[in-house]
Design a protein around this ligand. Structure first.
Ligand code: PEP
Ligand code: MN
Length: 337
């Protein structure tokens, strides 16, 4: 339910918040540009009781939220959510570039990549320390040492870090090092993990599950927000289809759909969506045209020797080419790099 307040006075809002809590429900106060609204979530049977609160003074109206995701929905919050991470901004008007290797492999590899992507204008450094691999015999990531190396690169080149936590146990250590925590595609419906990162106040990059619908993806965002963390960045990274030319199929339509139904920022991962380095530049351009708020791209100094995802990783000079080619397009859609 959404309670639209007629008054913005703190004492009036607090009064309604109390009444909601008395019903055993959880209020979320959202200060919009024009109005203050209180989104109420909880047991659907008790929620009906909220309708009666329309009679309270200072309440303009009470409306049900039609979408199954509530706090993630535009019905509850009309304005786009903007996520600020250091100097990086993820939201309308800007276009955020997250770049780096699939996995941190060595000190030299991450420092060299970070220096280069920073020089080209990237805003955030990506790199996995804990890697979700299909085979238990593949390289699993450098773990804690990988996080330390990421931090060194982050501090040296002034780039915030996005890196993945795969399990609830990893969340505290990853949160110690990361500026944005990635929830990988394979974990999009790991509800315990979603609840654990929902208790943090760090931004979360929520990758779309490769077999998940847009609705399921937004429901996963709802798990995080419902725990109290509103800083969710949606990441479209391709879904499984019958096509075999590419690793996945970039569902570019998901970008405007999510932006229509939700206030959350959306970024595109053209690397995992295609699995092919030669599609990364055209699909990054498609992301800009579709209205995405940024991209997350794999870059490696020597993709042929990468320990994971070499085939989809850009060489340093191809990343530079990407940045040069997208610059004018970002301007056309009234964003800045
Ligand atoms: C990654 O970012 O390297 C990764 C494993 O992504 P995804 O979860 O989208 O497959
Ligand atoms: Mn990867």
């Amino acid at each position: 339910m959404i309670i639209v307040m007629a008054s913005r006075k703190p004492e009036d809002v607090a009064y309604v918040v109390n009444r909601v809590e008395e019903l055993g429900l959880k209020p979320h106060v959202l200060e919009g540009v024009e109005k203050t609204v209180i989104a109420v979530i909880g047991d659907e049977r008790i929620l009906q009781g909220v309708l009666a609160l329309e009679a309270l003074p200072h309440v303009e109206k009470v409306m049900p939220v039609l979408k199954p995701y509530k706090l993630a929905s535009r019905e509850v919050k009309k304005e786009d959510t903007v996520i600020q991470v250091g100097k990086a901004r993820i939201g309308p008007k800007s276009f955020c570039i997250m770049a780096g290797p699939c996995a941190v492999e060595s000190r030299e590899q991450i420092l060299q990549t970070a220096e280069f992507v920073k020089k080209c204008g990237a805003h955030i450094l990506r790199g996995g320390a804990y890697k979700p691999r299909t085979s238990p015999y593949s390289f699993q990531g450098m773990e804690l040492e990988g996080l330390r190396l990421l931090k060194e690169a982050s501090e040296k080149y002034d780039l915030p870090i996005v890196t993945e936590a795969m399990t609830v146990e990893q969340v505290p250590v990853v949160a110690d090092f990361a500026d944005i925590i990635q929830i990988g595609a394979r974990n999009m419906q790991n509800y315990g993990l979603l609840r654990a990162v929902g208790k943090l106040n760090k931004p979360i990059l929520l990758k779309r599950g490769m077999m998940s619908t847009i609705n399921e993806w937004l429901m996963s965002a709802e798990y995080i927000i419902a725990e109290g963390n509103p800083n969710v960045i949606m990441c479209e990274r391709g879904i499984r289809t019958f096509e075999t030319e590419t690793r996945n199929t970039l569902d570019i339509q998901a970008v405007p759909i999510v932006k229509k139904y939700s206030h959350l920022p959306v970024v595109v991962d053209p690397s995992h969506a295609s699995g092919r380095w030669d599609l990364v530049i055209p699909m990054s351009k498609a992301a800009i045209a579709a209205g995405a708020d940024g991209i997350i791209v794999e870059v490696h100094p020597n993709p042929a020797e990468a320990l994971s995802d070499g085939a989809q990783s850009l060489k340093l000079e191809t990343f530079e080419q990407l940045m040069n080619e997208i610059k004018p397009l970002v301007g056309i859609v009234n964003r800045t790099l």
